[in-house]
Ligand binder design. Structure first.
Ligand code: 13P
Ligand code: SF4
Length: 352
């Protein structure tokens, strides 16, 4: 599937709009302490818990950990929100993560520091166009990445994250099913290469991972010959080819713990460095290059939408009326079906 050029232009403009907002000004230590204290009080008062992604700012990850919340990959975030008894989930991540939490627990309040925090994969897969695409392939199992809207999930048979994408595709291929994959073409390509599954693909990409460059990565490997290369599968095939391990954010952290290398070159959002350094303090982590020879990078290994999760917006999360996630009940019930399959899927077990 190739996106029409006017659609592509509209996506580029939306992405540019977010990139142009730039990085927030750093807070003074006093202001940071004041906000952290306020957030802690509010969490108790509202019976709320923070569910944060590894790409959020270090101070947000630290706060989630200190207050009994979670910091994790997108699959674990969904599981944590589903299982936790808090009445309110504060999702520090991007919008699809908040929507997933709301669909799985419709009776909880799900708040986000800002609903503007989206994802280029979500933007690049509008539900109406996606539904038309699916209609062309009625004999295929529709597998969508978690980085999609509730409406796209409602059209799917399966939702996967990068933690279980390979296993679900293998399971379907073994069953003789053909797959319609959306929206990330790099992840879909990787899954196809690894499993041999019969896949037709939507044409979407992550603007952060797409910028990692294989040629410059090879140069960096020469500078650090003892380093292992850890790559998120949203990256291009040429970068994945150079990887010692390919996996979700959690699998990248696990690899850093398990491998003996003194250094790691990491092809994913730089937010993960806080956890890598915390969990594996005696090793060195280097961001994979995003700019080729003479080229420029846009995101430079930083998701502009994850960066919208700031302490200031987190502290104001209970004061505003424009940051709660709502999902239409009927749509949510349809999206819940493939989402539950995702939560219940275990590679060693037959799912339905
Ligand atoms: P993970 O599921 O690996 O955390 O990935 C989410 C994501 O958005 C990566 O860009
Ligand atoms: Fe989406 Fe990429 Fe940001 Fe992940 S890093 S949330 S895939 S734009």
């Amino acid at each position: 599937m190739t996106i029409a050029s006017d659609r592509l232009q509209a996506i580029r403009e939306q992405v540019q709009h977010h990139l142009d907002k730039g990085t927030p000004e750093p807070l003074s230590a006093e202001r940071q302490q004041e906000l952290v204290a306020r957030i802690k009080e509010e969490l108790v008062r509202h019976n709320a818990v923070i569910v944060a992604h590894y790409y959020t700012a270090p101070e947000i990850q630290a706060l989630a950990e200190e207050t009994g919340g979670c910091v994790s990959d997108s699959l674990q975030m969904a599981r944590f929100g589903h299982d936790h008894p808090a009445e309110t989930l504060i999702v520090a991540g991007v919008r699809f993560m908040g929507e997933t939490a709301k669909i799985l627990t419709p009776d909880k309040h799900v708040l986000m520091p800002t609903l503007e925090a989206t994802c280029s994969l979500d933007i690049g897969c509008p539900a109406d166009e996606f539904s038309d695409f699916c209609d062309q392939y009625p004999d295929r199992q529709v597998v969508v990445y978690a980085n999609t809207s509730a409406a796209v999930k409602a059209r799917a048979d399966w939702v996967v994250t990068s933690s279980i994408a390979l296993e679900v595709a293998e399971y379907l291929a073994d069953r003789g099913d053909k797959i319609l994959w959306a929206p990330d073409r790099h992840l879909g390509d990787y899954v196809r290469r690894e499993t041999g599954a019969d896949i037709v693909m939507w044409d979407g990409a992550c603007i952060v991972h797409e910028e990692f460059k294989a040629r410059s990565l090879l140069d960096l490997k020469n500078v650090y010959p003892d380093a292992a290369v850890l790559v998120h599968p949203e990256s291009p095939a040429s970068v994945i080819e150079l990887a010692d391990r390919v996996g979700s954010t959690t699998q990248i952290i696990d690899a850093a713990r398990e491998l003996d290398n003194p250094q790691f070159i990491v092809a994913t959002d730089q937010g993960i460095f806080y956890q890598l350094q915390k969990q594996v303090p005696d090793k060195q982590f280097i961001i994979a290059p995003t700019a080729g020879h003479g080229a420029t990078c846009h995101s430079c290994g930083n998701c502009p939408w994850m960066a919208m999760n700031e302490l200031e917006t987190l502290a104001a999360v209970f004061e505003r009326d424009d940051n709660e996630i709502f999902v239409d009940r009927e749509l949510g019930e349809r999206a819940m079906v493939p989402l539950r399959r995702m939560l219940e899927f275990s590679p060693n077990r037959q799912a339905d």
